[in-house]
Design a protein around this ligand. Structure first.
Ligand code: TXA
Ligand code: MG
Length: 324
């Protein structure tokens, strides 16, 4: 069982736990979020572990104000107007990622865009106290509905997390609206707490629905996760000119040939490997090797998501991968 404490008394304890890389379930105005320090890859990896998510979907970075938001995402004029009107509140904006942003690449799943939202209430005070953005998907295990009470979070995730902050039932009760401005036009990626009508009334322009009306899943395109260099998986030997992405004690033959070697986790820890995955692929890509050879990574636990991302990185570049 997790420890549940009332929001009025939780600020210090929650901030301390988050600063230590732990997960805390927190109330927001939409649904309960499963929060982690968005600047720590290992903390963010714990989110995927606790939710049992088979894939690293990109997460929303929650901020306490514009100063923090601007260090993470680049605002176009329309997005800025929307933020000024609807923040704090249930609107998430997808923006180009600022180079050198403090948000760990695991939050954006390696994309060059980032989803940002400024929540209301306890979450906002907590982010201010921590002084860092929080990554927080809805606090529910994968495939289950979002939780709107602390009791529901306890029932679903109580065995897997240490701390739940009880702020009562969440006022909005469904997730934030996700919107992205594309070529100057607002596009709805997910309907949510702010209605399209409110947005259209405010802007005086129509909001386009992303094709098919389904949530745009960035993970569907293999190329989104692909480094420039070709990727070769489950290697047993390193070929001439290949950089090596190792896992655990290095087993690949001819590793000494590799112009660059990075290890996802020398101790074979999948959480550490998940935290390192995108940044290591990016770093090896910068080594300008002929290809990136990847040692086998176990498929259990977080290994399933790691292998899913590696398969996308190695897939033919022009083909979308089916989401399944
Ligand atoms: O109300 C909410 O938004 C709640 C509370 C906790 O803030 N959070 C939430 O997070 O619903 P989650 O992880 O369950 O949903 C986030 C959605 C996912 O569908 C993800 O694909 C999308 O945001 N997303 C995140 N980053 C994106 C990006 N760069 N481009 C497009 N979609 C993105
Ligand atoms: Mg969710």
């Amino acid at each position: 069982m997790a420890t549940t404490i009332p929001a009025q008394a939780a600020l210090d304890r929650a901030a301390t736990a988050l600063a230590a890389g732990e997960l805390v379930a927190i109330p927001t105005e939409t649904v309960y979020g499963l929060a982690a320090d968005a600047t720590s890859g290992e903390a963010v990896a714990r989110i995927f572990e606790a939710k049992g998510r088979p894939r690293f979907n990109p997460l929303i970075a929650h901020v306490d104000g514009f100063a923090m938001a601007e260090r993470i995402g680049r605002f176009d004029p329309l997005s800025r107007r929307l933020a000024e009107r609807f923040w704090p509140g249930p609107l998430t904006l997808v923006l180009p990622l600022v180079p050198g942003s403090p948000v760990h690449p695991l939050v954006t799943a390696g994309l060059d865009t980032v989803a940002i939202r400024m929540p209301r209430g306890f979450a906002s005070g907590l982010i201010a106290r921590l002084g860092r953005p929080l990554a927080a998907p809805s606090a529910n295990s994968s495939g289950k509905v979002s939780c709107t009470t602390a009791e529901a979070v306890e029932a679903d995730l109580g065995q897997r997390i240490g701390l739940i902050v009880d702020g009562g039932a969440t006022p909005v009760g469904l997730e934030s609206t996700i919107l992205k401005v594309e070529a100057g036009r607002p596009v709805l990626l997910r309907p949510g707490g702010v209605t399209v009508e409110e947005i259209e009334d405010f802007l005086g322009v129509r909001v386009a629905r992303s094709s098919g009306g389904a949530i745009q899943a960035p993970g569907m395109l293999a190329s989104h996760y692909a480094p420039a260099a070709p990727v070769r998986l489950d290697v047993e030997e390193v070929r001439d000119g290949e950089a090596l992405l190792a896992f655990g004690a290095i087993r690949a033959a001819h590793a000494d040939r590799a112009p660059a070697i990075l290890n996802l986790s020398e101790t074979g820890d999948l959480r550490e490997a998940a935290a390192n995955l995108f940044s290591h692929l990016q770093a090896l890509d910068r080594a300008n090797a002929r290809a990136i050879a990847v040692e086998p990574v176990p498929r259990h636990g977080l290994g399933e998501a790691i292998n899913d991302r590696l398969a996308r990185a190695a897939a033919p570049r022009d083909k979308p991968l089916a989401e399944n």
